[in-house]
Unconditional design. Structure first.
Length: 87
């Protein structure tokens, strides 16, 4: 419990494709998606507007932000559900 998976891209479609791959099947069984304010994600662009939780931006992130363009992010936090050994 407490481990995280952090996804980030400056291309919204790319982030959504990564997110979709993560949540397909049983992904949301073991992880809860979180927004920047700590609330459970509900959908829409707002859920991708969180601050970088790592605190250290990538070179790409710095470049994109200098251009005034958005960075899309989402974070999944491990919940208490035990992993299924049959997977």
């Amino acid at each position: 419990e407490g481990d995280v998976v952090f996804l980030q891209s400056d291309i919204k479609d790319a982030l959504e494709a990564m997110r979709d791959q993560f949540v397909e099947g049983v992904g949301l069984t073991y992880y809860n998606e979180w927004t920047g304010d700590g609330a459970t994600a509900t959908g829409g662009d707002e859920e991708y507007a969180m601050e970088n939780p790592l605190g250290i931006p990538t070179e790409r992130e710095v470049s994109v932000l200098k251009k005034g363009l958005p960075i899309y992010r989402t974070l999944f936090k491990r919940n208490k559900s035990p992993f299924d050994d049959s997977m």
